[in-house]
Design a protein around this ligand. Structure first.
Ligand code: GLC
Length: 605
């Protein structure tokens, strides 16, 4: 009996420990591979790739230059659209090349537009002759070719299927039907005779499908699709392929239906907060998804890596798009950047694959982002991704309460130890012996157990000061209106205070001494009115609110804006090292609001 109890205890404990390690608590088993994968390839390729964003000499009719929308935007005829296929060089089109590029770039899955909004299938569909097999000789089946290449090279296969929008089917949804209307019965005819049978084909004929990627970016209640139709579609997936993931652009959010496996954010929308369920950002290297010859604003490799790392630091995934040309070639600007990402990941992948969000707020540090990972040998690692190299070669991390056992550069095979100092909750690393990585350097902090944290501290900035803003308080009291930046950023984000307002922050002071305290605000009253006080370490500083006047945002455009000015409030002595609370109290007249922006604390020389 005792023995059984012990076994049970061990089981319970190991579940607890595992539960603890997998911070992303709302990940179902099916989606675990996706969470670990972190990085995937999106492939937008279809008839539109032949147009390259131009039709009969005219550029795509929309400022949002999505080349795959040319059929709809430029009002192209259903049959004439297919003449674009004459431009395709079928002999040179080889989906295995895309898979190889994905693999060399460190991506773990690919998602192909099996059917985009134009309704044209990239497989041999019995359901419709608006498909690639009916327009190629010898017949091509791109889904099959890609599926085979994925199997061969060990990548998961995802399929994009535009279920809601279909421009070629008489009763599929296209936005013109907002004017000309169709009945729910007609739409259901499209659904039952095209969507359902095509989905059955895709889920039956091509082996295991890692994910079905749907693309309805509005909620079903705002359009013609019914929840029943979406459920019918999801049931079919669950019936035919138990392990296939479904994304939230099915038209159902995870909150509405927890059986949806992951959330897809908006196009090129990166994560801003840690989520407990799996999620992903679809992104492009320039702007368009389909190949667009006029689309040339390429993001840099560093920018793309930062996006990937940003998402991993919040438990997210990043799916980066290629829009191959009509001969199958991937634009050089895309493949070159992806391969550079792959080279970086070969060295630094440990901080991305299988890594996850750490417990500290992700936007705490101005030098970059943190991810966290554990290893089979029991090591716990914190990965510091240095986006902005500190000019004084000293990297400071605020909030980790456990002293690291060691620190080294991830790319350094010898793991040569870096000098560091750990002071209660401040870890400082000496980077002076290092050359920054041309893209992003990763510093590893090693621990024997999951490091403890002190949450809610304001991190020391790269300049050595503390920036106390409405976004990093530990508490607030009183009325205030949050105002985001305005007029192209010339008016900074601030809070408007009428009457009384109080905010508190927490900082860690590592060296006793005096700190200068500055406050930035705008006050449009004509004479001094109201006051603010700052309390910390048993001292109080008071300040009468002064008029700050106006300034000009841009010349000759009648662009007058309120002036935000930094005021020296005084000096506070912090007698010993430790965590201190800083309290700000504002008293403003009801009809003369104060617009508070920030406090800045900095050690006196
Ligand atoms: C949008 C567009 C589509 C593109 C997709 C990628 O939904 O309609 O063209 O495929 O975003 O995320």
């Amino acid at each position: 009996m005792k023995c059984i109890l012990q076994v049970r205890l061990i089981l319970v404990l190991s579940v607890l420990i595992n539960g603890d390690l997998k911070a992303q608590s709302q990940t179902n088993e099916r989606a675990q591979w996706f969470v670990d994968a972190r990085f995937g390839m999106f492939i937008h390729w279809g008839v539109y790739s032949g147009a390259e964003g131009i039709w009969k000499g005219e550029k795509l009719r929309n400022d949002n230059d999505y080349a795959e929308w040319i059929y709809y935007r430029n009002r192209i005829d259903r049959e004439e659209y297919l003449t674009l296929l004459d431009r395709f060089d079928w002999a040179s089109i080889d989906p295995e090349e895309w898979v190889l590029l994905a693999k060399r770039s460190g991506m773990k899955y690919v998602t192909l537009t099996a059917k985009h909004h134009d309704g044209f299938g990239l497989w041999d569909s019995e359901v419709s002759d608006y498909d690639v097999a009916d327009h190629t000789s010898p017949k091509r089946d791109i889904v099959e070719e890609l599926a085979e290449a994925c199997r061969k090279h060990g990548l998961k296969l995802g399929l994009y299927y535009s279920h809601w929008v279909d421009w070629e089917h008489e009763f599929g949804w296209d936005h013109t039907k907002e004017i000309y209307k169709i009945t729910p019965e007609q739409y259901d005819q499209y659904w039952q005779e095209k969507v359902m049978p095509q989905m059955r084909e895709l889920l039956t004929n091509y082996g295991p499908i890692g994910m079905m990627w749907f693309d309805m970016w509005i909620h079903h209640s705002n359009t013609i699709v019914t929840k029943d139709q979406l459920m019918q579609l999801k049931s079919l997936i669950r019936e035919l392929q138990l392990d296939c993931l479904v994304n939230s652009r099915l038209g159902l959010s995870i909150e509405e239906d927890s059986d949806v496996d992951f959330r897809t954010l908006g196009d090129n929308q990166l994560g801003t907060g840690k989520l407990e369920y799996p999620w992903q950002s679809p992104a492009t290297v320039a702007h368009s998804w389909g190949y667009h010859t006029l689309d040339t604003e390429w993001k840099s490799t560093t920018t793309l890596l930062k996006s990937l790392i940003n998402n991993v630091s919040l438990n997210g995934n990043f799916m980066l798009n290629i829009g191959p040309k009509s001969n199958g070639d991937v634009p050089y600007e895309i493949s070159q950047r992806m391969l550079e990402m792959g080279d970086w990941l070969k060295v630094n992948g440990e901080s991305v694959y299988g890594a996850e969000a750490f417990d500290l707020r992700s936007d705490l540090h101005d030098w970059g982002k943190i991810t966290y990972g554990t290893e089979a040998d029991g090591k716990h690692k914190i990965y510091l991704h240095v986006f902005n190299w500190p000019y004084n070669n000293r990297l400071s991390v605020t909030g980790i309460a456990t002293a690291p056992r060691g620190a080294y550069v991830l790319g350094d095979k010898l793991q040569s130890p870096l000098r560091f100092w750990h002071n209660e909750v401040l870890t400082e690393i000496d980077l002076s012996s290092l050359q920054p990585d041309p893209y992003i350097s990763v510093i590893v902090l090693v621990f024997d157990q999951k490091p403890g944290i002190v949450d809610g501290l304001v991190a020391r900035t790269r300049d050595g000061g503390y920036s106390l803003v409405p976004g990093n308080t530990i508490s607030e009291e009183g009325e205030r209106t949050l105002r985001s930046q305005d007029r192209g950023g010339t008016v900074p984000a601030h809070i408007m205070v009428r009457g009384k307002y109080q905010a508190k922050w927490k900082i860690f002071v590592d060296e006793p001494g005096n700190m200068k305290v500055d406050a930035s605000y705008s006050f449009q009253g004509l004479k001094t009115a109201g006051n603010l006080s700052i309390k910390a370490a048993n001292s109080t500083l008071r300040h009468d609110i002064l008029p700050t006047g106006k300034t000009v945002g841009e010349p000759n455009q009648n662009w007058q804006i309120d002036n935000y000015r930094s005021h020296r409030i005084g000096t506070i002595n912090f007698p010993e090292k430790g965590i201190y609370e800083i309290t700000l109290e504002v008293e403003a007249e009801m009809d003369n609001p104060v617009n508070f922006q920030w406090l800045w604390l900095e050690a006196e020389d």
